[in-house]
Design a protein around this ligand. Sequence first.
Ligand SMILES: Nc1ncnc2c1ncn2[C@@H]1O[C@H](COP(=O)(O)OP(=O)(O)O)[C@@H](O)[C@H]1O
Ligand SMILES: N[C@@H](CCC(=O)OP(=O)(O)O)C(=O)O
Length: 373
Amino acid sequence: MASDQHKPTRWVIKIGSALLTNNGAGLDLALMQAWVDQMVLLQQRGIEVVVVSSGAVAEGIQRLGWTQRPSSVHALQAAAAVGQMGLVQAWESCFKRHGRITAQVLLTHDDLSDRLRYLNARSTLTTLLELDVVPVINENDTVVTDEIRFGDNDTLAALVANLVVADHLVILTDQDGLYERDPRQDPGAPMIREACASDPHIAEVAGDSGSGLGRGGMITKVRAARLAARSGAITHICTGRTPTVLAQLADGESPGTTLLPDTTVYNARKQWLAGHLQMRGRLVLDDGAVERLRSSGSSLLPVGVVAVHGRFSRGEMVACEDQQGQRVACGLVNYSHDEVERIKRHRSADIDAVLGYHYEEELIHRDNLVVFG
Ligand SMILES: Nc1ncnc2c1ncn2[C@@H]1O[C@H](COP(=O)(O)OP(=O)(O)O)[C@@H](O)[C@H]1O
Ligand SMILES: N[C@@H](CCC(=O)OP(=O)(O)O)C(=O)O
């Protein structure tokens, strides 16, 4: 078990569908065993490992004997339920050969946006790591609807990296790294070896999935690197087809693309706030309010709000934008959308007179607000 003084090194390792299932042909058990052999080596070097494994839908489609990916949500969810069995069986048996124990953790977006469930998930994961168990995480595809979906496992892996404060997020995929253009379209495109996670260029060159098996493509991997950077994690995008890739990374080599954290590292509560992917509404701020949020970390007052969009209740998550539509911050709002409509542009001292009551003088208190750098 880890002592309180020594923070262990943690890696979140995410593996994509096309890679895991040999482009949809069924789980590639030999490759899975090769990664597990290396993960055990990492553990022997004192590195704690969390696996985020895609592949449930692809494996389910294969097990059900379907020749193509269905379009119906319920068929996809059924495939995920079938395939998840195969996934966890395979991970368990690969780790068992080394006498290691695994645990299945299935998450939805709601599990991480609800503060209590988020804290619970964090405690469970850290307990599993202290017990030397390898958590194998996937989205709970069988129950998710679009409203509560992470959407892709790159994003899920980044939020898990935030949750366990991982040092490295390793995204194993079917390409050697991030290229200047999708290598499926341009095989001669050069690979980007290192960049800052927030570099706009990398988001411009990253395209969507070319395989039809994966959900996100490179763009979700770049966004995941940005999310992971909020807790200080370095992201590596590498091919999982090289059997020694994890050992190479542990030796300090950079076999793929390395994306370095270059933004403010948030504290635990701000990371939780920043990890909310679904906003209930949008507040448009005037230039003065944007400047104050950015420069002095102030709370948002109603006087700085010029427009309100969406329907939200007190306590829900809203985005704050400048007048050009750029997202500046997000936070838990103290007033509902119709209340904000009435108190916007007013001084806090006037809230009582306008509404006939007031909760707080801030629209979003600075403790519940996260400003993007
Ligand atoms: N700039 C790029 N560099 C590399 N791959 C890219 C790029 N843009 C788009 N892609 C595509 O992203 C795919 C990887 O994403 P995806 O299929 O979602 O994989 P995974 O299942 O591993 O998440 C690659 O096979 C490639 O076709
Ligand atoms: N949760 C889904 C994976 C979704 C996903 O993001 O896939 P991928 O882009 O291959 O990592 C599954 O297990 O099939």
